[in-house]
Ligand binder design. Structure first.
Ligand SMILES: [Fe+2]
Length: 214
């Protein structure tokens, strides 16, 4: 099993980012998610592939770049599509399905066919649910940082409150992940991510505000 190194993941971000601002926001977020996942990895007691977790975390949001218009504005209404768009990008780059799935299967705590039909989401009707432990860890780690304006960390309690609007089953799924992987020390992550002092972009309330999902 092979996957991109951090430098190769960064090069992919540079290739697809329409602006420096978008790159800083999305790549910075992906680096933070990778650090959170790395921090939680030893606590799982499970045998996960650390390199795959890192590569998946570093690339999971690459589809967000496809949602910027020519003026550098993010299409928030279509944000839910960023996962499948990222899957398409990685597939077109020749990466295997097990890597592409980090993009399509990290939204919220998983999107099911039923979610898509009931909420009439603009996605091909299918299950987009993290399957492998590596996918599940990246999806979970992603819930602790938002590309909002300005970008910020979220506690487990804040995410649980946020996801309540999508149903109790989503809250329960989040708590199951929390029990399995534990909660990250976001203070440590903040300090180690000092270089990721993310700028406050003008219009990127990307991950968790309103009804969009991480
Ligand atoms: Fe994300």
């Amino acid at each position: 099993m092979s996957f991109p190194t951090p430098d190769e993941a960064r090069a992919l971000h540079e290739k697809y980012a329409p602006t420096r601002e978008a790159f800083d926001l999305v790549h910075g977020h992906c680096e933070i998610v990778a650090r959170i996942a790395e921090q939680l990895l030893p606590r799982t007691g499970e045998r996960l592939d650390a390199g795959l977790v890192r590569a998946g975390a570093l690339l999971h949001d690459i589809g967000v770049y496809r949602l910027y218009d020519g003026a550098g504005r993010l299409d928030h209404r279509s944000y839910i599509r960023h996962g499948v768009l990222g899957h398409e990008i990685l597939r077109a780059e020749g990466f295997p399905e097990y890597l592409c799935r980090f993009c399509s299967c990290h939204t919220g705590v998983g999107l099911t066919e039923d979610d898509i039909r009931r909420q009439q989401l603009p996605l091909p009707v299918a299950d987009y649910v993290a399957g492998t432990p590596e996918e599940q860890l990246v999806m979970y780690a992603d819930k602790f940082h938002s590309k909002s304006t300005p970008p910020r960390f979220l506690s487990a309690a804040e995410y649980a409150e946020y996801v309540q609007r999508f149903g109790q089953d989503k809250v329960d799924a989040f708590h199951a992940l929390r029990a399995r992987f534990g909660e990250p020390d976001l203070g440590v992550t903040t300090r180690t991510a000092a270089s990721a002092a993310l700028p406050a972009p003008r219009s990127c309330a990307a991950d968790t505000p309103s009804r969009s999902r991480a």
